[in-house]
Write a protein that binds this ligand. Structure first.
Ligand code: QAP
Ligand code: CO
Length: 169
């Protein structure tokens, strides 16, 4: 297995639209395993392939305390079951060090393929619903900072750019 490099905001590659996976083969499973290793090492609860500069519709997630409940969503399709929103302090491995409140629908259904290429159909609320939407956004090139005010987003961008310059020098 291998640790993958995580792209950080405002890297323009995070804006790439991911393409559907044509077949869930060994190469896809290898990528999934490397995404889990990268996410667990960070540590994080969710990671989209876009964040590791692979522009295919693949998400990994694990919300469990013991980190023993891996979830894989390939070619996910989102359905909003209840437009009542849930407010959550979101973070992102691609926006390290920043957490901001975002509102999203609180109840969803997600259909996808799992690591074996088998169909999966799940209803979710709470953090799982929020996380699924956050990760599906990544596959469309969208970040949680896009839901914030321009002022807040620009402030976060400026701080991260400054940190990136410091690291590079
Ligand atoms: C997405 O985010 C998420 O700033 C997953 O310094 C998060 O795993 C969805 C992380 C919250 C809904 C609610 C963030 C790690 C991890 C950081 C993550 C950091 C180190 C974020
Ligand atoms: Co994220």
């Amino acid at each position: 297995m291998a640790l993958l490099e995580i792209l950080e905001f405002p890297d323009p590659r995070l804006r790439t639209e991911a393409k559907p996976v044509a077949s869930v083969d060994d190469a896809v499973r290898r990528l999934v395993d490397n995404m889990f290793e990268t996410m667990y090492a960070a540590p994080g609860i969710g990671l989209a392939a876009t964040q590791v500069n692979v522009h295919q519709r693949i998400i990994v997630m694990d919300l469990s305390d013991e980190k023993d409940k891996p979830l894989v969503f390939i070619n996910p399709k989102l359905e909003i079951l209840d437009h009542e929103t849930l407010e959550y302090d979101e973070g992102c491995l691609s926006v390290p060090g920043f957490y901001e409140t975002v509102n999203r629908p609180g109840r969803i259904r997600v259909k996808a393929l799992d690591r074996q290429g088998e169909p999966l159909d799940m209803e979710a609320d709470g953090l799982l619903a929020i996380c699924v939407q956050h990760e599906i956004d990544h596959l469309g090139g969208k970040l949680f900072v896009d839901y914030l005010s321009t002022v807040k987003r620009q402030r976060i961008r400026a701080k991260l750019v400054k940190e990136h310059r410091k690291k590079a020098s």
